[in-house]
Design a protein around this ligand. Structure first.
Ligand code: CP3
Length: 369
């Protein structure tokens, strides 16, 4: 199926490009800020909409996905410098033919996970991303129109290892023992699965940019479950292929790309050489130490993103302010471009006003000379 390729000329002019500039490593008048899961259950307006619509139904309905993406932009106004399309990393396993349900209060559930290598035969031999995931492309196009140039729009996907983990576990897990059993017991089938996911993810990200995504993030949420050696074998090569091939396919339409390998401390030098413009840090990493490792690993300019512990947002407002200022100062000391964010996503029981305090403090602390 053919996809129409849209360019900047098809959309309203971008009025706030701080996020894109920081992602390319350029200096900005203050650190741009957005947060993972900024459209989510902590917002009453989100819960009101979700009460009426099934999770994946929303993902598949561009008008609803656009409305949810815009909710935080409307609530926080110009305190946010970026938006991320409302969808989920698990739409890719769906496109490969797997059933995924979102169980309220529990999270994702696969009724028929992959349990032995023969189960790979149940996956679609090839995926036409425009036919299977065109709804996300349409959601991106509509959302970018409705953003009206206020802030850039992130497209995203899950990393191959993280998607494989869900497809084999059948949902979240404490130990990831089933998915890791695959790595050790069926290394070839694992490589085959990771490679097939990578092929689809490359098409998927290229399609998102064709549809209007202005920056991309790859989420390796379960990277921290792997040993350094296993990350080197089962995650990093695929992350590298995604960055290289997406950039190669897009040519002069390439957009900045960031990667979030949660919990993978040891992976910074490898990630710094993997072809991404930005690396997202969780709160267990020190910005200064992260910058040191990244600078030692590559001469490329790399933006660092993050990294306040989301649980700080449960503290009194003066503590949120103090911790946020410290975070901003640490990134200033570290040097290089900083995109402010949390170290992981917003939680359902966060108070929306706590996020406002974080956003205001980032703005104020990062604008000071
Ligand atoms: O605002 C945004 O961040 C954009 C949308 C977005 C969602 N999921 C919406 C969502 C994005 C970027 C994701 C990515 C995602 N999904 C990741 C990577 C980021 C991360 O958090 O590590 C992962 C691991 C998933 C898988 C997933 N989806 C889980 C584990 C859950 C349940 C846990 C939870 O937070 O509820 C989801 C559901 C989900 N995806 C919700 C939202 C807003 C909440 C579910 C609901 O509305 O009922």
């Amino acid at each position: 199926t053919q996809q129409r390729i849209l360019t900047d000329a098809d959309f309203p002019p971008l009025r706030n490009d701080l996020l894109l500039r920081a992602a390319r490593g350029e200096p900005t008048k203050h650190a741009p800020v957005w947060v993972m899961r900024q459209a989510g259950r902590y917002l009453p307006e989100f819960r009101a909409m979700r009460a009426e619509h099934d999770f994946f139904r929303v993902c598949r309905t561009p008008e609803l996905a656009a409305r949810l993406t815009l909710q935080p932009i409307e609530r926080y106004g110009d305190l946010l410098d970026g938006s991320i399309i409302f969808s989920d990393i698990l739409v890719v396993p769906q496109a490969l033919g797997m059933t995924v349900e979102m169980v309220p209060g529990k999270g994702p559930h696969f009724p028929e996970p992959l349990s032995v290598p023969e189960d790979l035969n149940r996956l679609a031999a090839s995926v036409d991303v425009v036919a299977e995931l065109g709804y996300m492309f349409d959601a991106i196009t509509l959302t970018r129109q409705q953003l009206d140039g206020r802030v850039p729009l992130f497209g995203f996907c899950g990393a191959p290892w993280t998607l494989m983990a869900y497809m084999v576990e059948g949902g979240g897990s404490k130990t990831f023992s089933k998915a890791k059993t695959w790595l050790y017991k069926y290394p070839e089938a694992s490589a085959q699965l990771l490679g097939r996911l990578t092929d689809v993810l490359i098409d998927f990200l290229v399609g998102q940019v064709n549809a209007g995504a202005q920056i991309l993030q790859v989420f390796d949420s379960w990277a921290g479950e792997l040993s350094p050696q296993d990350f080197e074998q089962f995650s990093l090569p695929y992350l590298r292929r995604i960055a290289t091939e997406v950039r190669g396919r897009l040519g002069d339409r390439a957009v900045p790309m960031t990667v979030f390998a949660k919990g993978a401390h040891y992976a910074l030098p490898g990630l710094a050489q993997a072809g991404y413009n930005g690396i997202s840090l969780d709160w267990t990493l020190s910005p200064v130490e992260a910058r040191r490792q990244v600078a030692a690993a590559t001469s490329e300019t790399i933006a660092l993103q993050g990294n306040l512990d989301p649980c700080v947002l449960f503290a009194p407002h003066d503590v949120i302010r103090a911790r946020t200022r410290e975070m901003v100062e640490q990134f200033k000391t570290a040097g290089g471009a900083h995109i402010a964010n949390l170290g992981h996503g917003m939680l359902p029981d966060h108070d929306p006003e706590a996020l406002r305090v974080f956003l205001e403090t980032v703005r104020e602390a990062s604008s000071k000379q």
